[in-house]
Design a protein around this ligand. Structure first.
Ligand code: 13P
Length: 339
């Protein structure tokens, strides 16, 4: 393991006021999102969409990392420059989603486990040659009367830690992403309790696997009420409950926590991040964003696959990145949303 190399990557990403764009949707997820906006999903339309995002003027004022999907890692700008080279040149560290998606975890009630651990070290070496310096692995947990089971919590924690240890051994910074899903009618209190259990299990395995917590990025979900719970979303409570859970379960050695948005609206995701950074409480980590939908939705809606809309889409993307950057410093207000 080259600790220096890992420290260098973390140092570039964990900068106050800067965040990460998750643009690592698999082909099937990207297809769903593009088609919802009436855009046919092809290798070229996906390339064009990502190029629109990455080439947004001055976006590096707010972003220090972009997570790519394998297809995108090997794609190029229209001028023929590989995306990872283009991003690095602009001070943005390229990363790569390395998990292989979700499959059923047998022995549970349709809970999920993440695949892709076999051959991960070899794949990391190849991705590193292409420019990737950090990676991402997502595990999901659903809340119902009977889930998440101990088996799902334990098995996913082991895989997240195993993945993180392989990444560190190959000089790649791991983003560890345990996502407690928003779907369902659970209360905010239940979400808090599950998130705490999940994070405890993850860090227990991180420790057992000799992963250095100071050289990972944690990407958790926020503590929010289930989508069908009927509970009102209140960003102050989200921030308070999320911080409480994090303080109980995440070592102070972790340098940065970059949240996922998880189906919150772009405004909710920004507001809750801002509340967390505004609360006067002990916060040993940098608290920032690694959003996909909450950063991209307005831009994708403006783009609609048309070259004529690129400037408007980039403006929308720039604006969300700017607002989230402000939120990561506790300097956002609803007024800044403008029209
Ligand atoms: P969302 O911000 O849309 O939840 O996506 C983050 C992510 O990277 C999912 O793996």
């Amino acid at each position: 393991m080259s600790i220096k190399e890992l420290q260098e990557t973390i140092g570039k990403i964990a900068v106050p006021g800067k965040g990460i764009l998750a643009a690592d949707e698999s082909v099937s997820t990207a297809t769903k999102r593009l088609e919802a906006e009436g855009v046919k999903s092809t290798e070229e339309s996906r390339r064009k969409y990502r190029e629109m995002l990455f080439t947004t003027p001055h976006i590096n004022d707010f972003l220090r990392g972009v997570i790519l999907y394998e297809e995108t890692l090997y794609q190029k700008t229209i001028k023929g420059e590989a995306f990872p080279d283009f991003l690095s040149k602009n001070g943005i560290v390229p990363g790569i989603k390395v998990d292989g998606g979700l499959i059923d975890l047998e022995g549970t009630e349709s809970e999920k486990i993440t695949k892709g651990i076999d051959g991960l070290g070899e794949r990391l070496d190849v991705y590193k040659k292409a420019g990737a310096r950090f990676a991402k692995w997502r595990a999901v947990y659903s809340i119902s009367e009977t889930t998440p089971s101990c088996l799902a919590i334990r098995s996913n924690a082991v895989l997240l830690a195993r993945y993180a240890s392989i990444c560190q051994a190959h000089g790649i910074v791991p983003i560890v992403e345990p996502e407690v899903l928003l779907d369902g009618s659970h209360s905010m209190e239940e979400c808090a309790s599950v998130t705490e259990k999940v994070l405890h299990a993850v860090f227990r395995e991180i420790y057992r696997h000799n992963v250095l917590p100071e050289l990972i990025i944690l990407k958790p979900s926020m503590v929010v009420p289930g989508k069908l719970s009927g509970e009102k979303y209140d960003s102050k409570s989200v921030a308070r409950e999320t911080l409480k859970v994090l303080l109980r379960s995440v070592p102070a050695a972790v340098p940065t926590i970059n949240f996922l948005s998880g189906g919150q609206t772009p405004e909710q995701a920004t507001e809750s991040l801002n509340e967390m950074n505004s609360i006067k409480s002990r916060k040993p980590w940098n608290l920032s964003f690694s959003y996909a939908r909450a950063l991209q939705e307005p831009a994708l809606g403006a783009w609609k696959g048309k070259d004529a809309n690129v400037a408007a889409a980039q403006k929308a993307f720039y604006k969300r990145a700017e607002l989230n950057s402000a939120a990561s410093l506790g300097k956002y207000s609803r007024k800044m949303e403008g029209d």
